[in-house]
Design a protein around this ligand. Sequence first.
Ligand SMILES: [Ca+2]
Length: 388
Amino acid sequence: MENVHTTRCGLFLLFVLQDTFAIAEVVNISINKTAIQTDTSGNGTADLAVDGVISGGTCAQTSSALASWEVDLGDFYVIDNVLVHPKPDEAPPAAQWVQSVGGFSSEYSSAGWSAQKIVGPPNVYPLYGDIVESWSPYYKDSNQFIELEFATSVYVGQVDIYETFHAGGVKAIKCYQAGQWVTLWSTALVEDLSIARIFSPPLQVTDCFTNMIRLELDLTVANTFVEIDAVQIHGVSQTSTSASDFIELFTGLSQDLYHKKGSLSTGEAPLNFTMNEETIARWVKVTSDVDSILAICEVEVMGYIPTKGLFRSFSKYQCAGTPIITHYGIQSNIRCARLCFLQIVPQCHSAQYEKASLQCTLYEGFDTAAGSTGRVMIVHSYAAPLLD
Ligand SMILES: [Ca+2]
């Protein structure tokens, strides 16, 4: 009679196991969950790291260093591993020519040698001469200037001035930042050189973020017209701090209770944080280091919902008989249930979990003894009626 009962259970078990495997499949559980970050650079909102798009420019990005990004998974999951896809380093933008003229002291005329002639790439250089396609101030004094606008704000690293008639008259290069003109370079000694040249003096300030440059000219040494054909700027956009070279990963049962799970350098993508112990969490957090922003295109949290409903635990029993195996260092009865679930040959039908010793012992049968404090007997839920 007992044998028949066991056989019928075994057939039923096969059916249940197939069903359970489907439920316990490890999948990306972070997609479209609620994400937040310390702050946002441009359009790089936190949700773009859980939109399911790994490449193609949907990336979360902070503007501050020592930043963090967090996702609320919405429920407690068993996390197997977390894949973080950092944003690839951005190529610096192409150098920019002048897009428009914001203001100027004077121009030779509104046609030839007008201020407008400084817009765009060179029309005169490498020629040298008094040629109408360059800007020339009208007055030959030391108070001449022109203010130039570029399409994209950058941290200006280099300014190239295409001088095509009486070079050497530029006395200062300034950038517009936070409501004022900041001097990038200046000299007290202007020159008069009868050459065409690209003048790119080393800048004294390289952290000015702007799309407006001002040139100040002194024409008194040349004492004739000084002509500038074009101006080009070089610099990086977005941020002065680069994306983090290494990131740290945390998991949390709540937003206030995180545990560090590891740190990896961002050299190889994606970064795979494998949980080396049973990790049940609702929150996942990624942080950057002290002098770097966070820029991540996707965080894939690979896990599954604990199969709570498919197992039941009883404190009034403990297992008896000969164990299949004992696992040590097991953090939860849910993990113990999963180990039973994964034990196929021989088949695990019940398990005993002891919280104090973190031991999980697997059994083939349902033999029981009276329960003892701190031990629970875990069985597939289909078998619970045997014990109720
Ligand atoms: Ca994305």
